[in-house]
Design a protein around this ligand. Structure first.
Ligand code: ATP
Ligand code: MG
Length: 587
């Protein structure tokens, strides 16, 4: 590995931003941190019980904040509807009563297959109140991915819409014997389902939140399926301690903030940081029903006076691609903190954020399995563009090498190895559903192995290299896809890029890049040579791609992650594997 190209470059922030941040003094906070103490920021329930929904809603209402807006919903039409904490309290109570009235009991699995509509948020929290397990599905899934996830989790109830039911669920229902209840949100006359609205109207708005045990299962989340068949990850109520704490420390959330997480609750980000952390921290969360749209997004940031914005590299790259004109002169004086997750964030994007919004994007790293943010660029620290930041208080991360069945920590700066964590934080997964062997394989010698490769520099910043499955070895060099992709991203013509290794007799593997271009650039041999020259200059001939192919866009999961394995399988003429989460994919 050549190491990060821009180690040493730092973006520091104005003194008032730092002094104000929830974690001004990283070392001090870290040294005095304990998860037990973090838990005391929450209420808990008598007898050592804990329920996420109580922490997210009930306690704020009890403390007199019932009038504060909890959720501002922006419909596709642009119409705004506000829900106060008090209204959410009553609606989630009603929903919990509806579940009870329909025979659903503590521990039953309640699924949601909905767009980003208020009912999704009410169902999530009402389900938790009732002591049931909540599992959100992404509404764009087809019938088979929906069936697989409902079967694996043993779904007992489903909340969906008429359209989604008819298109996607009616045909698979016979194959889901455990599914007892189906509710539709928007129509009274769908055979075999119950219309939610009249049930909600007649339900009581008084419900005593079930005093769940901290170790009771609360959430079931499926991974993005980037590297293979998605895993069903189990999370418990205790996870709320991490959601709350990391929301404060890594996203700098404060009571009263206007906060916008752009992720869909069908993915873990959209639940941990799109429902739970914003509510436990008593922010007002913005929920946009519509899909990504550049103008609409800038309007929301501007008109809603968003304070904290949490988004993803794919979206950031699309905004970059649209250029400064798309801003239309808008400025964002209220925007205090902006963060990114889901994929490595190229240094180019971090710097673009700084130029455009007056602050860098703060990259952070975590996984469905970790349930919450583990490594982050937090508000008060200098950002090194291209680095994921440092482990949060309460988190011990290391770079380990697994060889001969043993995991050994590599402590020398910039050693490349697997990113690993010492288990023990509250939101750590409690299992992969029905996949004990796959789960056991994640642990070795006291480490949780993430499956990602990274390096740690002498200042303690972590640098993502690539997924272990995506690492390339070419002519004796290890090539991290992220490094090559970031170098190509610096080129004016490049909007998006993915790099893979292909077998080669002489070199073992050679690097091939797939590039999507910005508007105004035409694919062709000249540009190909120009890009290869740029890469060679930046990376050296051993690491630079030997071949570049142009594409309209890159194959991505619906959570916005580039599926390099799919590009590779196609190049090699191998089966495509599980593509249940595949979204955009134009050659
Ligand atoms: P699967 O496990 O099914 O293959 P997935 O790993 O993409 O899918 P998620 O849990 O949604 O499923 O994603 C977590 C992964 O996303 C991380 O392991 C990492 O590879 C990538 N990731 C998330 N945030 C970052 C980041 N800030 N920098 C680099 N990679 C990131
Ligand atoms: Mg994964």
């Amino acid at each position: 590995m050549t190491g990060p190209a821009n180690d040493g470059e730092r973006i520091s922030k104005p003194a008032h931003v730092r002094a104000d941040a929830n974690m001004e003094n990283y070392d001090k906070v870290r040294d005095s941190f304990s998860w037990e103490a973090a838990e005391s920021a929450l209420d808990g329930l008598p007898g050592g019980h804990l329920n996420i929904a109580h922490e997210a809603i009930d306690r704020h209402v009890a403390a007199g904040h019932g009038e504060q807006i909890a959720l501002r919903w922006i419909a596709k039409s642009g119409a705004r509807t506000d829900y106060t904490y008090g209204e959410l309290f009553r609606l989630t109570n009603r929903f919990a009563n509806v579940l009870r009235d329909n025979g659903l009991e503590r521990g039953d699995k309640v699924y949601a297959l909905l767009g980003r509509v208020p009912e999704l948020y009410i169902a999530a929290l009402g389900t938790l109140k009732a002591g049931c397990v909540f599992c959100p599905l992404f509404s764009a899934f087809g019938p088979e991915p929906i069936h697989a996830r409902m079967e694996i989790g043993g779904a007992n109830a489903l909340i969906t819409s008429k359209r989604l039911y008819q298109r996607k669920v009616a045909g698979i229902r016979d194959r889901l014997p455990q599914l007892r209840c189906l509710f539709t949100t928007d129509d009274a006359k769908v055979a075999g389902t119950r219309h939610l609205q009249p049930l909600m109207d007649s339900a009581s708005d008084i419900f005593e939140t079930v005093p769940t045990d901290p170790e009771d299962t609360a959430l079931l989340h499926f991974t993005s399926g980037t590297t293979g068949k998605p895993k069903g990850v189990v999370h418990v109520h205790q996870a709320v301690v991490a959601h709350h704490t990391t929301g404060r420390l890594a996203l700098d959330l404060r009571a009263g903030d206007i906060y916008w997480c752009t992720a869909d609750p069908g993915w873990v980000t959209g639940t941990s940081y799109g429902i739970i952390a914003p509510l436990t921290n008593r922010t007002t969360m913005i929920v946009d029903e519509a899909e990504f749209d550049i103008n609409r997004w800038y309007d929301i940031l501007f008109e809603e006076a968003v304070n904290v914005w949490y988004t993803a590299p794919t979206a950031i790259r699309m905004l970059m691609k649209a250029g400064a004109e798309a801003l239309g002169g808008r400025t964002f004086p209220h925007l205090r903190f902006m963060a990114s997750v889901g994929e490595p964030l190229n240094p180019e994007a971090v710097i673009w954020g700084n130029d455009t919004f007056g602050q860098p994007f703060h990259d952070n790293w975590w996984q469905t399995e970790t349930g919450g943010i583990m490594i982050a660029n937090y508000a008060a620290m200098d950002v090194k563009p291209g680095s994921m930041g440092k482990p949060l208080p309460g988190i011990t991360a290391g770079i380990v090498k697994v060889a001969d069945g043993k995991a050994t920590e590599l402590t020398a700066p910039m050693s490349m190895g697997e990113l690993a964590l010492r288990p023990g934080w509250p939101s750590m997964m409690r299992g992969y559903l029905h996949e004990q062997a796959r789960y056991d394989k994640c642990f070795k010698d006291g480490w949780y192995l993430s499956g990602d490769l990274a390096m740690r520099d002498a200042d303690g910043y972590f640098w993502f290299v690539g997924r272990a499955d995506d690492l390339i070895k070419s002519a004796g060099h290890f090539v991290g896809p992220f490094e090559v992709e970031s170098a190509l991203m610096e080129h004016d013509a490049v909007a998006e890029v993915a790099v893979i290794g292909l077998p080669d007799e002489a070199a073992g593997q050679i690097v091939k890049a797939f590039v999507a271009l910005k508007p105004g650039f035409e694919p062709g041999d000249d540009l190909r040579l120009n890009l290869m020259g740029h890469a060679r200059k930046r990376l050296g001939p051993a690491v630079a791609p030997k071949d570049i192919a142009f594409r309209q866009n890159l194959p991505k999961t619906r959570s916005g992650k580039i599926m390099r394995r799919l590009l590779k399988a196609r190049e090699l003429g191998l089966p495509e594997g599980d593509i249940s989460t595949l979204e955009s994919d134009e050659a």
